[in-house]
Design a protein around this ligand. Sequence first.
Ligand SMILES: [Zn+2]
Length: 86
Amino acid sequence: MELNCKHVWAHISDYIDDSVAPELRADIERHLEHCEICSAILDSTRNILVLTADDRTFELPVGFSKRLHERLARELAEEANAPTVN
Ligand SMILES: [Zn+2]
């Protein structure tokens, strides 16, 4: 099965938690190998988790994750409609 970016985003926290099925994990890893966007998201999501796991409480701004996903969705849409000039 070929995953697209949105599939990966939907499962990324489970992937980090290691709670996805082995087949799905393999699909995600295959996608990450060739997708810079998802690799970057994985890195930043991991960093956030590390920060939140720290004893010194790190508060994410409210809506951080929602805004991140909105931004990603917007960038994907823009990519799909990329202008042919400029
Ligand atoms: Zn991707």
